[in-house]
Design a protein around this ligand. Structure first.
Ligand SMILES: *Cc1c(COP(=O)(O)O)cnc(C)c1O
Length: 446
């Protein structure tokens, strides 16, 4: 197996778009579009993605090109033309910035009530780094893990581009997290997320992971690490200087009795196939940790049942466990990436039916919406009315889970809030209770 060595992590952001050798060769019109869109939406790509996963003979259709490079269709024509004109006319910086901010705000930067409803407190002090929506699982956003090795064009966390990497944050946050978890024995799972926690150096990440070796956190049985590094920078687990040291900590956690699960974001099967991606999988699995996989279904990137079928089949082949197919969220460039729910179900079904039972561990298509994770179970007809069947996989109230409910058939709807209850009912069954919860949260927030 030959692995290309990258001695440093070299990456490109909007200001050096023109410095990317492969980009220089593209059509000037595509290049200008990329420049315009990257003013508004974040952009970052690294040499590995450029050299080893994008097929430069297939531009603009290549899925990984679509996944990492800004595309014209990601902005409305109006927004695109406004920014394009400002750039062409060399408008003052302030004017450009104002326009960019205005467009960003119009793109629903904070979807699914994340700002108001899920921030818990420890001893009365809010913990902005923690989200605790479902009883058994707390999400943790370490300050130093709020960026990624490359950015996905569809990312729903696009609004949080920051990046201060300080050890002192790590220690302080870890102490708070441990305090919170000690007071919440119902938490069996902690999910490290970001950005991507794997952008943290081992010496930083260690501060967060080591407390889980302590008896005090015995009730936390699973540590999940949500990461795209397995696809965007598998070097993190193989050739990076602190790769071995990181895997040693994981192994130690496993040996201490924790279940460690990497939630690997693979959006397309091509990301699994390079020698280094395979080596990363192998090395992670050798620690005793599992890799479960998830991805949204995204137009222009993986809106094809065959892509999912191959992806799930190969994941099982390499020892990974397919976990979620998500519906693209209602934020950012959603018009460009969204796939209607009925079509999403069709793609899911056509992939699912062709893989072995071991690949059918994937659930979905699932919407992470304000009331919970809602899965599209299918389309059927009940007493002459065509309906979409839904269920909660996770609910803000756990009692909502697994109860089938029905929406009017709608081939255009692409998110829960665009669906209407079937059978002429006024509301979905959970809505009155959800409204109450929201009112309470608002009152509390003052
Ligand atoms: C998806 C999700 C989880 C984890 O749910 P599982 O079904 O256990 O994978 C936890 N918290 C939030 C806010 C989520 O969206």
């Amino acid at each position: 197996m030959s692995l290309t060595k990258y001695t440093e992590f070299r990456h490109f952001t909007p200001k050096d778009l023109e410095a990317i050798p492969q980009v220089k060769k593209l059509d000037p019109e595509i290049r200008f579009s990329m420049k315009v869109v990257s003013q508004v939406l974040p952009f970052k790509v690294n040499e590995y993605v450029l050299n080893e996963i994008i097929d430069w003979d297939n531009i603009p259709d290549d899925p990984i090109f679509q996944l990492t490079f800004p595309q014209k269709g990601m902005l409305s024509d109006k927004a695109f033309n406004e920014v394009a004109d400002l750039i062409k006319n060399e408008a003052p910086k302030e004017q450009l910035k104002q326009k960019i901010d205005e467009i960003r705000y119009s793109l629903n930067p904070h979807p699914a009530g994340q700002m108001q409803m899920n921030v818990p407190k420890v001893n009365g002090v809010p913990m902005p780094g923690v989200q605790h929506k479902y009883n058994e699982t707390a999400l943790f956003f370490p300050t130093s893990g709020q960026t990624c090795h490359a950015y996905c064009t569809f990312c729903f966390r696009w609004a949080q581009f920051v990046g201060i990497n300080e050890l002192k944050f790590a220690s302080k946050e870890a102490t708070q997290l441990v305090e919170y978890l000690k007071q919440h024995k119902e938490v069996s799972d902690v999910l490290f997320t970001g950005g991507d926690p794997m952008v943290m150096k081992t010496r930083v990440f260690k501060r967060y992971l080591e407390p889980f070796l302590d008896k005090e956190l015995d009730h936390v049985q699973t540590i999940r690490i949500g990461t795209k590094a397995v696809a965007y920078w598998p070097q993190r687990f193989v050739t990076d200087q602190d790769a071995d040291e990181f895997l040693e900590i994981i192994e130690k956690l496993v040996k201490s009795g924790k279940h460690v699960a990497f939630m690997g974001h693979y959006n397309h099967w091509v990301e699994l196939e390079t020698p280094i991606a395979q080596e990363a999988i192998k090395r992670i699995r050798e620690t005793g940790a599992q890799i479960r996989t998830q991805s949204p279904l995204i137009r222009h990137i993986n809106d094809d049942s065959e892509v999912w079928e191959i992806m799930w089949r190969n994941q099982v082949r390499y020892g990974l466990i397919p976990y979620y197919m998500f519906v693209e969220r209602d934020t950012g460039a959603r018009n460009y990436f969204e796939v209607p729910l009925v079509e999403a179900w069709d793609i899911f079904r056509n992939a699912w039916k062709n893989v072995s039972g071991l690949g059918r561990t994937a659930r979905g298509p699932s919407m992470s919406a304000t009331p919970g994770k809602v899965e599209v179970q299918g389309v059927t007809e009940i007493k002459g009315e065509k309906v979409i069947v839904l269920r909660f996989i996770q609910g803000r109230n756990p009692d909502w889970v697994e109860i089938p409910f029905f929406a009017k058939y709608d081939t255009k709807a692409s998110w829960l809030d665009q669906l209407e209850p079937a059978f002429d009912e006024a509301k979905f069954f959970y809505e009155p209770e959800l409204e109450e919860m929201q009112a309470k949260a608002m009152a509390k927030a003052g």
